[in-house]
Design a protein around this ligand. Structure first.
Ligand code: ZN
Length: 328
């Protein structure tokens, strides 16, 4: 059983083993909170555990039995997964889940609810769920995911067993991309480094070339802006704030860029992420002072954090861009 669960949850063996042991000893946590950066594998772990809990075979999850097939196709009557990262999770949805949870499972040992990105829940929705976490029906398993437990009500967090997923080693991602997703060695190497430990991101980048071309655009923009003055930077902040793709995407990339520049500035070339931009990053590393590189990293972090708190996006980006280093 242990091996099967681990096989499906790449790179998070300890978490899969922990859950497999809870099944073997029949001490299933009724409330779980899986935390970690976006696309690191939180939803995959939650879905795989849900599938394992209701699997009808000895080797759980088998992926073959009726229950597993229904889970995989998203049609399991006893497994309810709410995974729509862009939408707010409202109290009506939590109430509907609670009504459903009050009925015994149709055909399985467990009735499972997976609420992905629970930080998007309104406070009334979170408070409503608290009642269920306090007194769950014996057959219920509730799995929440969030980037960071500090984004949730402490009363919610304290009632959950927490599984904090950490970035997966680059080499694990590079190997998996080649063995499971048929990436070429060159593709796997670049994407594996860019992924920064997030296998979900790596697979998406491999299957969706748009993600990589967007990366080129945002990196080129940053390099270009570094040679420009106030007016161009303000105009860019305005256009980025209006983009449908979240400005956070650009900022995360820029953060990886400044980290590379910092590493190069310190002579640690082997560890850089954007290997295809090494020459340009090297130029920055030699031109920008260490203080300015660190200031750029700090300011980008601050701006990213602010984006989560509904501040004025354009103003937030303007402040960042005006503070970034000016290259001659
Ligand atoms: Zn099965």
């Amino acid at each position: 059983m242990r091996k099967v669960l681990t096989d499906l949850v790449f790179g998070h063996d300890w978490a899969a083993n922990l859950l497999a042991r809870s099944m073997a000893s029949q001490r299933i946590p009724q409330s779980l909170l899986v935390t970690g950066p976006p696309q690191i594998g939180k939803a995959t772990l939650a879905r795989t555990f849900a599938m394992a809990l209701n699997c009808q075979s000895e080797e759980k999850p088998c992926g073959q039995c009726n229950s597993c097939k229904k889970t995989l196709s998203g049609n399991h009557p006893d497994i309810n997964i709410l995974d729509a990262p862009q939408e707010t999770l409202k109290i009506e949805q939590v109430r509907a889940l609670q009504r459903d949870l009050s009925l015994r499972p149709h055909e399985s040992p467990y009735k499972i609810v997976v609420l992905c990105d629970f930080e998007r829940a309104t406070s009334s929705a979170a408070n409503a769920l608290l009642k269920t976490l306090e007194e769950p029906p014996s057959y219920a398993v509730i799995i929440l995911s969030a980037q960071n437990s500090s984004q949730l009500l402490p009363t919610i967090v304290s009632r959950c067993q927490i599984i904090n997923l950490r970035p997966v080693a680059d080499q694990v991602i590079i190997t998996k991309l080649q063995t499971h997703w048929r990436a070429s060695a060159e593709q796997a190497e670049l994407i594996g480094r860019l992924a920064q430990g997030r296998l979900g991101w790596a697979v998406e980048a491999l299957e969706n070339p748009d993600a990589l071309s967007l990366r080129h655009q945002y990196l080129d923009d940053l390099i270009d802006l570094s040679g420009k003055g106030h007016a161009s930077r303000l105009a860019y902040a305005h256009s980025l704030a209006q983009k449908k793709e979240s400005p956070a995407q650009a900022l995360n990339l820029w953060l990886s860029w400044w980290r590379d520049v910092l590493l190069l500035n310190q002579g640690a070339k082997a560890k850089i992420v954007n290997i295809d931009y090494a020459d340009k990053a090297q130029h920055f590393a030699q031109t920008v002072t260490l203080d300015n590189i660190i200031a750029a990293i700090k300011q980008t972090y601050t701006t990213l954090g602010n984006l989560n708190y509904n501040v004025n996006t354009r103003l937030n980006l303007e402040v960042l861009l005006l503070k970034l280093p000016y290259l001659k």
